[in-house]
Design a protein around this ligand. Structure first.
Ligand code: ADE
Length: 425
């Protein structure tokens, strides 16, 4: 392994915000006991010594706790934002000022700056990339294939990134191992469902301060994120409509007690629209045309492509900012439509993303996936790999222990029964 060459560089909003960031990082750490245990073990065993690591994540208090675990393990980390609006500037400042971690992230950075940060991160010639959405890996493959020889492997945090990695594999360009953190049970069952569920509503409420009880909330997409969001919106007293393209997911939504219909119909009924599909233009011109005056539209999927804002702009005379993260489009027809967080992830744009207690498990998976890549350097085939089941169960066990919850274990008789086929009716 070549020696570390990354110098401490940074591009953050204001280093004087560091004390506030530190306070908030420590507060989040209280809810991240599994990651804390990993950090303590990493500090002793140093499994990542000498490795250059790039993490392209939302720069939040939870990501800071992950970065500290990776640093404790011996990695030299460069952090960049995985979304222009999700950076917490005080956290970025603290990581640089107090912990000597290179961070390139400023809340509200433009797309050009975002892409420049991806290039700066790749300049560090990473051995491991933790990606959230696939932008760093896609840039590496497209623009810097000569650097792939430096790479041990990558990990991917989110559904959208996994879809991109599958497409890369199909096109023959994923020539290194990539660990699918998103599909670990201790990740998506909790982060995608309870994390997105709570934080999406948190973002909508912070951006608008509206009452959800009695409102009609239309949720596009009934994957784990949609399920969590629908469940929590109902819990707040909203009437929830689900739209889907997948017939199985649509039946699930029906049997979970939600109304299911095409967006073309739901558009006329909804007060609030939330997209969580991972696909583009789920809400588009034909839908804006029939929406109620004052309808609120937002997205909680990874990229800002789910709402066709270009068409909405072309239908409008004027756009005014009515609150932070809330823009009113004044349509030529006389109606108005309010878009939250510029169509970017509302939970990270207007709120603080998923709560620490779920990110604890997501980021425990990330830290252990990095260790797994290093332990298996040169042995894993190119392409996507699941997080090993033992790691997934160990994270669940540690989480339960931290929560003070005991569970049963199988008796000898039960183990024997589960392993035999001879006893039946
Ligand atoms: N993705 C969703 N919520 C997050 C959080 N709090 N930190 C980092 N990434 C996230």
């Amino acid at each position: 392994m070549t020696t570390i060459q990354v110098k401490l560089q940074h591009e953050v909003k204001d280093l004087s915000l560091a004390p506030l960031g530190r306070q908030r990082i420590e507060w989040a750490g209280r809810e991240m006991p599994v990651l804390r245990l990993i950090r303590e073990r990493f500090a002793k065993e140093k499994p990542l010594t000498g490795l250059r690591l790039v993490a392209c994540c939302h720069i939040t208090t939870e990501t800071a706790n992950l970065a500290l675990a990776l640093q404790a393990g011996g990695a030299e980390a460069v952090l960049i934002a995985s979304n222009p609006l999700s950076t917490q500037d005080d956290v970025a400042a603290c990581l640089v000022a107090d912990y000597g971690i290179s961070v390139f992230a400023i809340k509200g950075e433009d797309n050009a700056t975002y892409h420049r940060h991806v290039q700066i991160a790749l300049d560090s010639k990473p051995n491991i990339i933790i990606d959230d959405g696939g932008d760093v890996v896609a840039t590496l493959v497209k623009e810097r294939p000569q650097q792939i020889s430096e790479l041990i492997g990558t990990t991917e945090e989110t559904t959208t990134g996994i879809i991109r990695l599958r497409a890369m594999f199909k096109d023959g360009v994923l020539t290194f191992p990539a660990i699918n953190v998103n599909d670990a049970q201790t990740k998506h069952f909790f982060d995608n469902r309870y994390g997105t569920g709570q934080s999406t509503l948190d973002g909508i409420i912070r951006a608008t301060n509206i009452l959800l009880a009695g409102k009609t909330v239309v949720i596009a997409g009934y994957g784990w994120c949609g399920k969590g969001t629908a469940m929590r919106a109902r819990g707040m007293g909203a009437n929830v409509i689900v739209t889907e393209v997948n017939p199985v997911a649509a039946i699930e939504a029906v049997m979970d007690g939600f109304r299911v219909m095409p967006m073309a119909k739901a558009a006329a009924e909804g007060d609030i629209f939330i997209t969580v599909t991972g696909n583009k233009h789920v809400i588009r011109g034909e839908h804006f045309a029939v929406m109620k005056d004052g309808a609120i539209v937002c997205n909680s999927g990874h990229f800002d492509i789910e709402i066709d804002l270009v068409t909405l702009r072309s239908l409008s005379d004027e756009v005014t900012t009515v609150r932070p993260f809330a823009q009113k489009y004044h349509l030529k027809s006389g109606k108005s439509i309010v878009v939250l967080g510029e169509g970017r992830l509302i939970n990270l744009a207007a709120a603080e993303g998923h709560p620490s207690a779920v990110m604890d498990m997501s980021f425990a998976n990330q830290a252990l996936a990095c260790e797994y890549l290093v332990k298996n350097k040169g042995k894993l085939a190119p392409g996507l790999h699941s997080v090993p089941a033992e790691i997934d169960s160990e994270i669940a066990r540690l989480k339960l222990t931290a929560m003070g919850i005991e569970i049963d274990s199988l008796t000898e008789e039960q183990i024997e029964y589960m392993n035999s086929w001879t006893s039946g009716t």
